[in-house]
Design a protein around this ligand. Sequence first.
Ligand SMILES: Nc1ncnc2c1ncn2[C@@H]1O[C@H](COP(=O)(O)OP(=O)(O)OP(=O)(O)O)[C@@H](O)[C@H]1O
Ligand SMILES: [Mg+2]
Length: 482
Amino acid sequence: MKFNNTYIKLAPIFYQHVLPTPVAKPKLLLWNDSLAKQLLIPSTLTQDSALLAQYFSGNQLPPGAESIALTYSGHQFGHFNPQLGDGRAHLIGEISDENAQQRDIQLKGSGPTPFSRQGDGRCAIGPAVREYIMSEAMFALGVPTSRCLAVVASGEPVYRGDAKPGAIVTRVAASHIRVGTFQYFASQGNLEALDELTQYAIARHYPTIKSSGAERVIAFLEQVIAKQITLITAWLRVGFIHGVMNTDNTAISGETIDFGPCAMMGVYHPGTVFSSIDRKGRYAFANQAPIAQWNMARLAEALLPLIDSDQDAAVAKVEPLIIAMSAQFQQAFNTMMAAKLGFEHTSDEVDALSTELLDLMQTHQLDYTLTFYHLGLIINSQATVALVAPLNDWVAKWQSALANASISASNAYELMQQNNPVVIPRNHHVEAVLAQYEQGAQSDIERFLSVLAHPYQHTQHTELYQDPAADGDQHYRTFCGT
Ligand SMILES: Nc1ncnc2c1ncn2[C@@H]1O[C@H](COP(=O)(O)OP(=O)(O)OP(=O)(O)O)[C@@H](O)[C@H]1O
Ligand SMILES: [Mg+2]
């Protein structure tokens, strides 16, 4: 592993040097071989699980690694917290992957840092394994996301109400720069650091931006916004609910980050919320696009001093970008829904069809993933699918719209197959696997992960994981990993 530690070359205010706290009995639980290959981790190391456990628990830093905790702020549920930062995570460096892309390697749950506040710096095994399952599932679903390389059991308890086994999860991300990182320097009035961060983020994530001065900052904002639209549209396509879209959980790279209280929607309802702390539904399924817009407004606000020293003039330059986001998102959403129905392009007719379908799904409490999957089977005439009766009229309209657009059944099916997963990481299956871990039992995780690695195909065990929760997830609740 060859580490490049570019973040450490930034000003000292960007991070704190701090080592992970060693744990009693590190044991490698999960290792992501295919990701390790992408990261060009040598097979001699990959085969040495004792050494991997040392490295990815934080007990020993790999050669060339340097451990830091990053500084950031964030709006949490709409309230600004000026001092967050990595309270239980250690960035140990960046690795250049097989495509020469820099990827951050970060341990999470690896002990306290100067940003820990009241926290213990630790992570329980359940949330660590959950992050692994969910991020790998999202990756396979084609959603931009951070990934997990390893989960190492610490051999030590963590106290979350009860004592739970502890673990350290290794996260791989394009970077860990968040909207909240910009907010930190903006709230300090540190324009030099704000500019340094912006130039660093552009060089790392948006190198095609060639302009300079204010134009460069505006182009950056524009591209971050575009990535957020792509990201949220992908979440909505697969039924993902992030659960805690605070600005400190919004990565500037456009990747999904922080799988704390996330969940998948079963029965379609735009107001679906599972997080126990999201009492007002701020981060409900269909609120995710307006919240991404709100978060981008916070990024724009942080960037204002780099755009014009006259604040009103700066606002006049960024406001149109934020306002335009609604229409851009709607367009992306319509195109995505059209693809789920087999249409390459949107039209008023197709938009009306998808709206009507979503309404029917809501009214009749239909499962989001299964409904699209069944529509695929119908168009492919593979099987007679018993849809609920109220959908029959809609299906007839849909089929005639496809015919009017001269789209063959096989073309429609192909597009639908690429956009409608056969299987998703359903909450009850994820929880069943996590419960096995917490009880120290033999786990079905390898089988589950192998199914989730091919979410658009039927594999040997896919059927075991397609079923919706018996209670329609009515009683399902998620918790932040703290
Ligand atoms: N057990 C803990 N000990 C110390 N700090 C914590 C702990 N849990 C969370 N924090 C800190 O609280 C803040 C918000 O937590 P949040 O749950 O969003 O993040 P996280 O899951 O720890 O990390 P990330 O966003 O990196 O995935 C962050 O600053 C985080 O580092
Ligand atoms: Mg977080």
